[in-house]
Design a protein around this ligand. Structure first.
Ligand SMILES: [Zn+2]
Length: 416
């Protein structure tokens, strides 16, 4: 009996020896395993997260590792071969392992295979600028980077944040109240003292630090295309920039009381594309309105790549209760497929007036920073020719927004 155990122990030992290797994570030595005997290297999930400062969350049978707005989600398999085949995480007794190369691909980490030993590290990042903005009574600092960056709150007031992997910052801080300090792991940023503790929001290549009251109403941002010297399309005396503004202003009135409605422009002025796109980053619903010759209506949405997800970001706000986390995150973070659902709601609303609206997926800069559902609606000028027609388009869009947000037409809104 004893001999059998010895033999088994030796055999198991050999099996392990065969499928183990080195793994370097951010300069720290760790271990790689090759479950199922395959050539796919797996590393210890929690160790990797801690070594690189990634967000980490295990929930509902999945493990999530995040870097800024990028999230790698892995379903968990307990069979090595299954895990490798589906590039799932692999649970081996108490430890959880993730496929290293796949993780690097999704989070845009540095990856190299050094004579059979995978090397994983953060890519150095640059802080491009810090912008201060007021949104109602909330104060925001928008940190813009050249890639996705993990940021952690080190102190509430005055706020001190760790920007992990950030090696370069602007030469001069935007105000003397902001300062930086270089650390071995990245850079710390000090923001001015405020009355409330800050909340963090992770968006593609930017982190928003917000403080002040959380408004109760959902935020809808309406973007009237063009403006100022840029008139857009013109047909006779009709100019795109005027048509879009007129519809958007009516739409704002229709949604008043049901949403906090913000316009990217409320007059005839030029608004840079970047500013428009940034507005989209803190809206649950963003509609950019354009006109085109003809009578066709097309609803464009940006293809979903690595969008911010509610659950995966929960850990970043670990100081708060789960309910409060949800409340904050839900304000800015749409579930997967939201843009497509909003596009569908717009198409269905137009259909009630006998107008066919086509939906299309297209990479559009103005939609590329959206945190919530964002669409660009292009309406044929023939549908905007008269004041009545423009009022109708505003009503159809209002109906679509309400339907998407699960709101009913109340008091102020009139039904088309
Ligand atoms: Zn246009």
């Amino acid at each position: 009996m004893r001999r059998i155990w010895m033999v088994l122990t030796v055999l198991l030992g050999l099996t392990w020896a065969q499928y183990e290797g080195r793994l370097l994570v951010g300069g720290q030595e760790s271990q790689a395993i090759y479950p199922g005997g395959d050539s796919v290297a797996y590393g210890p999930a929690r160790f990797i997260a801690e070594a690189l400062g990634l967000g980490y969350l295990e929930a509902t049978g999945k493990v999530y590792l995040s870097l800024g707005s990028r999230v790698a989600a892995f379903a968990i398999s307990s069979q090595g071969a299954d895990a490798v085949r589906q590039l799932n995480a692999y649970r081996n007794q108490d430890s959880l392992w993730v496929p290293v190369r796949e993780l690097a691909r999704v989070l845009d980490l540095y990856y190299r295979n050094d004579y059979g030993a995978p090397v994983l590290a953060l890519r150095p990042a640059r802080l491009l600028e810090v912008q201060r903005a007021m949104a109602g009574s909330s104060e925001r600092y928008i940190l813009r980077f050249d890639r996705d960056v993990q940021v952690r709150l080190l102190a509430n007031n005055p706020p001190r944040l760790a920007m992990i992997g950030v090696t370069e910052v602007p030469d001069a801080p935007p105000t003397s109240a902001i300062s930086f300090s270089k650390e071995s792991w990245g850079t710390e940023i000090y923001l001015p003292q405020g009355s409330d503790p800050p909340r963090l929001m992770f968006l593609p290549q930017q982190v928003v630090v917000e403080r002040g009251p959380v408004t109760r109403l959902p935020r809808v941002v309406l973007d009237a295309g063009h403006g100022g010297a840029d008139t857009g399309v013109a047909v006779g005396s009709l100019r795109e920039k005027d048509l879009t503004l007129s519809v958007v202003q009516q739409l704002q009135k229709l949604l008043q009381g049901q949403a906090e409605v913000v316009l990217t422009r409320n007059g005839d002025q030029a608004v840079p594309l970047l500013a428009r796109a940034q507005y989209a980053s803190t809206a649950q619903v963003f509609i950019s309105l354009h006109a085109a010759p003809g009578s066709q209506v097309t609803v464009f949405s940006h293809p979903e790549i690595q969008t911010l997800r509610l659950l995966e970001k929960g850990r970043e706000l670990s100081a708060r209760s789960p309910a409060a986390q949800r409340a904050i995150l839900e304000r800015y973070v749409a579930a997967p497929g939201s843009a497509a659902r909003l596009a569908q709601a717009v198409a269905e609303s137009f259909a009630t007036a006998g107008i066919v609206a086509n939906t299309s997926q297209d990479a559009m800069y103005v939609l590329s920073m959206a945190g919530g559902a964002a669409v660009l609606v292009e309406v044929g000028i023939e549908q905007l020719r008269t004041p009545q027609a423009r009022a109708q388009v505003a009503q159809l869009l209002a109906r679509a927004v309400r339907s998407y947000m699960g709101l009913t037409s109340s008091g102020g809104g009139t039904r088309p």
